[in-house]
Design a protein around this ligand. Structure first.
Ligand SMILES: C[S@@+](CC[C@H](N)C(=O)[O-])C[C@H]1O[C@@H](n2cnc3c(N)ncnc32)[C@H](O)[C@@H]1O
Length: 231
């Protein structure tokens, strides 16, 4: 099959135009969120809407297979709340998302957006660094208490996040990680050309083996998402 860079770009555009638009009823808050975020000085580094839709579907699958209690998801890297709102939608009204953000200004913006979207009761933001907040969540909620974990903060910390998240996820729960093919680098760049590339490459190679305790694949959508089921 012809998968030239041109084809790849066309495919990305196609995905965005067909799977990007918001579902009905159209949520005006979500549609305009990143424009408001950029106007408020946040960087434009959220997932695209088609990836948001993928997160929503995965969250709904993870929520649907929970056998008792309300579904629970965790996100590391909130930014303005764009991906978090998609995940919260997928969890449904009984669900709860805990999202971790290290930057106070991003956290304040996201809190406003969660409230304005009517999701304040479904989404709880924890201000802090992922690797510091995760052990506190272990102590608070206990093992196997989450159905889905989404990684989207510091790429060189992905393996450390995943190892801690493994304890929080129930068997069959999903770990999803953004930027597993690229960010400011691309995965096929030469090893050693970028520390972020090398760290994500090492994460990909680890999570794809049985030793990780996950059954993983990579969705080559936009900048690539690893989707992994906890064994
Ligand atoms: C790529 S953005 C997240 C985008 C968001 N998930 C979305 O798609 O809407 C990464 C975010 O992680 C935050 N961050 C950076 N270091 C962090 C850390 N150690 N722990 C938690 N969040 C961190 C950044 O401030 C930034 O807001």
């Amino acid at each position: 099959m012809d998968m030239t860079p041109q084809r790849w770009l066309e495919t990305s555009d196609y995905l965005r135009s067909v799977f990007g638009p918001l579902g009905e009823p159209i949520d005006g808050r979500l549609a305009g969120l990143m424009d408001r975020a950029v106007a408020a000085g946040l960087p434009s580094i959220a997932v695209s809407a088609d990836v948001g839709r993928l997160l929503m579907v995965l969250a709904s699958v993870a929520a649907g297979s929970r056998t008792e209690g309300g579904p629970r998801a965790l996100e590391i890297g909130t930014l303005g709340g764009f991906s978090g709102l998609w995940i919260a939608r997928g969890l449904g009204p009984a669900g709860r998302l805990i999202t971790i953000e290290a930057e106070a200004s991003h956290a304040a913006f996201a809190r406003t957006e969660f409230a304005a979207a009517g999701m304040a009761d479904r989404v709880e933001l924890r201000l802090g660094k992922g690797l510091e907040v995760l052990p506190r969540l272990h102590a608070e909620f206990g093992p196997g208490s989450f159905d889905l974990v989404f990684l989207d903060a510091i790429k060189s910390e992905y393996r450390a996040y995943a190892e801690q998240a493994a304890g929080l996820l129930r068997p069959g729960g999903l770990l999803v990680a953004d930027n597993c093919l690229g960010a400011s680098w691309w995965i096929t760049d030469a090893p050693g050309s970028d520390p972020g590339r090398d760290a994500v490459d090492a994460f990909n190679r680890w999570i794809s083996t049985p030793a990780s305790g996950f059954l993983a694949c990579c969705v080559a959508n936009r900048e690539g998402l690893v989707v992994a089921r906890k064994c």
